[in-house]
Ligand binder design. Structure first.
Ligand SMILES: [Zn+2]
Ligand SMILES: [Zn+2]
Length: 412
C-alpha cells in the first residue's frame, strides 16, 4: 500500500470544513482592511530563499527541499512566502502603484522538520505583507488585523507578544554585548545554544529548552539597546495598540528565527498547542526588498499564521454540520420528482442530499448518520397531493408540509 509521505498528511472532511471556515474568515478580514490576494509559485530559485530568509537560519541550512532541475538550475520548494512576495513586488514594480501595497496569501509551504504534533513538512500558512511604509501605525494595524482573524476564526485565550529587535544601527551593539555575556555562560547551555552563541547569538534568546531558561533570563534585554529611532518607533506601536485596547505582553526575548526582521516583531501563543504553542509570527523587515535587489527603499511588515495549528486549536469547538435536508424518494417516479425538488432547494441555498437507491428505512438511518437536520419522504401520494412528510431529525417530529412549507421549515 502506498501511503502519504512522512510529515505530510491528507486533510479530510469534516476537518476540511474547519479549514474552509478559517480561510473564509481570513479573506473577509483581509478584504475589510483592503488587502488583496497574491499567488506566487510553489518553487523558486534557491538563491531567493538563501538571500531572503538568511544563509545562517535553520530553515536554509537544514530544512529546505532543494532539487536540481533538468537544466542544472537549483530550485527550492518555498519554505515561507515573504521572500517570494517581495520578489514579485520588485519584479512587477508594485512600488509604482499608489499607496501602501497590502497583499495576502494562503497556501502550502515546505520544510523538512522533525515531524511532531502540529508540525508538518507540508504545512499551510495564511499571511499578509504591507509594503511601502515604515510608520508604526501600519505595525499596529497589522497586529490588530491578525488578532481580528484569530478572534473571528473562533480562537480565544490567546496571548499577543511583541518586541522590537532594533535596526542595523543598534542591534549590532546588542549582539556584541550578548556575545560577551555568552562567553562565560554558553558552556552551561544546550548544544544548539553553544553553537548559536558563536554563529547567531540572538537565536539563543529563542531557545525553548527548559534547562536553559534560568540562564537565558540573566542575559541583557534588547530593549535597553534600542537607538533613538527604534525606541520611539516601538513606543508608538505600543501606544497605538493601547488606543485600541489590544492586550499584549512585551517580550524582549522575542527575536524570531528569520534574519530579515527588524524593529517590531510579534507572535501569538495559545495554551492548547503545547510546547509548539505559537499560532503566528510576524514582524517588520525594512531592508529586505533592497537586499533582494530593489532600487527603491521598500520598508514592510508582515506575518504568517500557521494554519495547521490554528485549525487544530479551533476545531474542537467547531459544530459538525450535516445537510439541511435529506430527501428519500420511494420508487423511480418519486426519484425523478424528488431530483427536481432537490435541485430547486439547492438553488435556494440549502444543502440537500438525496437517496438514489435503497429502502426507506435505510435511507432514514443514513440521514441520521449524516447529521441531516430534516428528512423528506417523497412517494406517489406526496407527488399527487403536493403534501410531503417532513421529519425533524433531532426531535423525531413529523409534519405534513406543502412545497412552500419545506422552504419555510428548513429555512429556520
Ligand atoms: Zn535602531
Ligand atoms: Zn538552548
Amino acid at each position: 500500500m502506498i501511503r502519504a509521505v512522512k510529515g505530510t498528511r491528507d486533510l479530510l472532511p469534516p476537518s476540511t470544513s474547519v479549514w474552509n471556515h478559517v480561510e473564509a474568515v481570513a479573506r473577509q478580514v483581509f478584504s475589510s482592511y483592503c488587502y488583496q490576494e497574491i499567488r506566487t509559485p510553489i518553487f523558486e530559485e534557491t538563491q531567493l530563499f538563501a538571500r531572503g530568509v538568511g544563509e545562517e537560519t535553520d530553515i536554509v541550512t537544514k530544512e529546505m527541499y532543494t532539487f536540481e532541475d533538468r537544466d542544472g538550475s537549483s530550485l527550492t520548494l518555498r519554505p515561507e512566502n515573504t521572500a517570494s512576495v517581495i520578489r514579485a513586488f520588485i519584479e512587477h514594480r508594485l512600488d509604482q502603484r499608489p499607496g501602501v501595497q497590502k497583499l495576502y496569501y494562503m497556501g502550502p509551504m515546505f520544510r523538512r522538520e522533525r515531524p511532531q504534533k502540529g508540525r508538518y513538512r507540508q504545512f499551510f500558512q495564511i499571511g499578509a505583507e504591507a509594503i511601502g511604509s515604515e510608520s508604526p501605525a501600519i505595525d499596529a494595524e497589522v497586529i490588530e488585523m491578525v488578532l481580528e482573524i484569530l478572534g473571528r476564526a473562533g480562537l480565544s485565550g490567546y496571548q499577543a507578544l511583541i518586541n522590537s529587535v532594533g535596526c542595523a544601527d543598534c542591534r549590532p551593539l546588542f549582539i556584541a554585548r550578548l556575545r560577551e555575556e555568552l562567553k562565560d555562560k554558553a558552556h552551561a547551555l544546550c548544544g544548539d545554544c553553544q553553537r548559536r552563541a558563536a554563529s547567531n547569538p540572538l537565536r539563543v534568546l529563542d531557545c525553548k529548552v527548559e534547562a536553559d531558561q534560568p540562564i537565558i533570563e540573566t542575559l541583557p534585554s534588547i530593549l535597553d539597546y534600542l537607538c533613538e529611532r527604534c525606541r520611539p518607533h516601538f513606543a508608538a506601536v505600543r501606544q497605538y495598540l493601547d488606543d485600541r485596547s489590544i492586550p499584549y505582553e512585551v517580550k524582549p526575548r522575542l527575536v524570531r528565527g528569520l534574519d530579515y526582521y527588524m524593529r517590531t516583531t510579534f507572535e501569538v501563543v495559545h495554551g492548547s498547542l503545547g510546547a509548539q504553542n505559537s499560532v503566528l509570527g510576524g514582524g517588520r523587515y525594512d531592508g529586505l526588498a533592497e537586499s533582494l535587489g530593489s532600487k527603491i527603499p521598500s520598508p514592510g511588515i508582515g506575518f504568517s499564521i500557521g494554519e495547521d495549528r490554528l485549525v487544530m486549536a479551533v476545531e474542537e469547538g467547531f459544530p459538525a454540520r450535516g445537510p439541511d435536508l435529506y430527501v428519500a424518494p420511494l420508487g423511480e417516479p418519486a426519484l425523478r420528482h424528488a431530483a427536481v425538488l432537490a435541485r430547486d432547494l439547492r438553488r435556494q441555498g440549502f444543502s440537500v442530499e438525496m437517496a438514489v437507491e435503497g429502502k426507506l428505512k435505510r435511507s432514514l438511518e443514513l440521514a441520521n448518520k449524516l447529521g441531516a437536520r430534516f428528512a423528506l419522504i417523497v412517494g406517489d401520494n406526496e407527488m399527487e397531493s403536493g403534501v410531503y412528510a417532513l421529519k425533524d431529525m433531532a426531535s423525531g417530529d413529523q409534519s405534513n408540509v406543502n412545497r412552500a412549507g419545506i422552504t419555510e421549515r428548513i429555512g429556520n
